[in-house]
Design a protein around this ligand. Structure first.
Ligand code: SF4
Length: 320
């Protein structure tokens, strides 16, 4: 596990000064040329700059995988942890330090396989954070093994004759969880939509789950190329309370469906659309869902004295 600490102290900017994009950029990203992770990194740095997030109040937590190198490329706090364990670390950070801006960076293997149990409970706990699922539908770092989101029949090192199980749809799965409060999908090659989605996610009061369909030109070119090239392959979910694009950006899409993100049943129907087309936009938002970090901020519903009293009486049981 690597906890990254940038070279700054906890000092507010002098009055009248502003952060620039360069204030969030760390070392040069070492992803492959053409990897979709590069555009996501640019978009996240743009979000930090647009929101003027103090780097010393911002933390990126990741697990293992190509995408999980992300915290190394941000000049903020970061935690590059264990495979599948980004969620519990991020929840711990948010619970103890509700003042921090917390982001989770996870991949399809990291989130939907080894980290699936943590994914379920993080959604249910609904602490305020932004979760970015970089979904390239393959284990890229370890050179092409089938992941839980690999399309049926994907040829890989683990399935040379093609994968034999239907993939998990992360949108559908997340929408089936209790206390889910924000589910959106975007693609890395449509920057206007990606930027608008990240902004909406950051403004959400609870856990914002964003699946980003991500290009991996090294191992999965055949998987995403049809979607990139075919203007009929994407359907935009549009609504005044959803991901709002300006008219010019919206006109670039041939298929636009009106979808009210307050309707979870319709959101689940929209998630099914993935068989015919890739839907992008805000599937569901509920700003009123219970947040465990708010509960924690009130000492889990008990006064500090009561908790100390409970510990003392427990200790007394073992005193001679
Ligand atoms: Fe990106 Fe694929 Fe290269 Fe990993 S293997 S860095 S996902 S292009």
């Amino acid at each position: 596990m690597i906890a990254l600490q940038p070279d700054f102290c906890d000092i507010a900017l002098p009055e009248g000064e502003h952060y620039s994009i360069e204030d969030y950029a760390s070392s040069k990203a070492r992803w492959c040329s053409g990897c979709g992770a590069h555009t996501i990194l640019n978009s996240v740095q743009k979000l930090c700059n647009d929101k003027q997030l103090p780097p010393e109040k911002t933390v990126f937590v990741s697990g293992i995988g190509c995408s999980s190198r992300f915290p190394h490329y941000m000049k903020t706090y970061g935690f590059h942890g264990l495979h599948g364990r980004a969620f519990p670390v991020a929840c711990g950070v948010k619970f103890r330090r509700p003042d921090l801006n917390v982001f989770v960076i996870t991949g399809d293997g990291d989130c939907c396989s080894i980290g699936a149990g943590h994914w379920v409970h993080a959604i249910r706990y609904n602490m305020k954070m932004v979760v970015l699922l970089f979904d390239n539908a393959i284990y890229g770092l370890t050179k092409k093994q089938t992941s839980p989101t690999s399309p049926f029949g994907t040829v890989s090192n683990t399935h040379p004759a093609g994968s034999v199980l239907p993939p998990i749809n992360p949108i559908q799965a997340t929408l089936g969880l209790p206390n889910v409060s924000f589910v959106a999908q975007t693609v890395d090659w449509k920057p206007a939509h990606l930027n608008a989605t990240l902004k909406k996610a950051f403004d959400h009061p609870g856990l914002a789950f964003v699946r980003i369909v991500q290009r991996c030109p090294i191992w999965m070119r055949d998987s995403y190329e049809p979607t990139v090239k075919d203007p009929d392959a994407i359907t935009v979910l549009n609504h005044e309370n959803g991901i709002v694009l300006d008219e010019k950006a919206l006109k670039k899409f041939r298929h636009v469906n009106e979808h009210d993100p307050s309707d979870i049943l319709k959101a689940r129907e929209a998630a099914e659309m993935v068989k015919e087309t890739t839907p992008i936009g805000l599937f569901y938002q509920n700003k009123e869902a219970i947040r465990y970090d708010e509960y924690g901020a009130h000492n889990l519903g008990t006064a500090v004295e009561d908790r100390i009293g409970a510990i003392n009486s427990m200790m007394d049981r073992y005193a001679i």
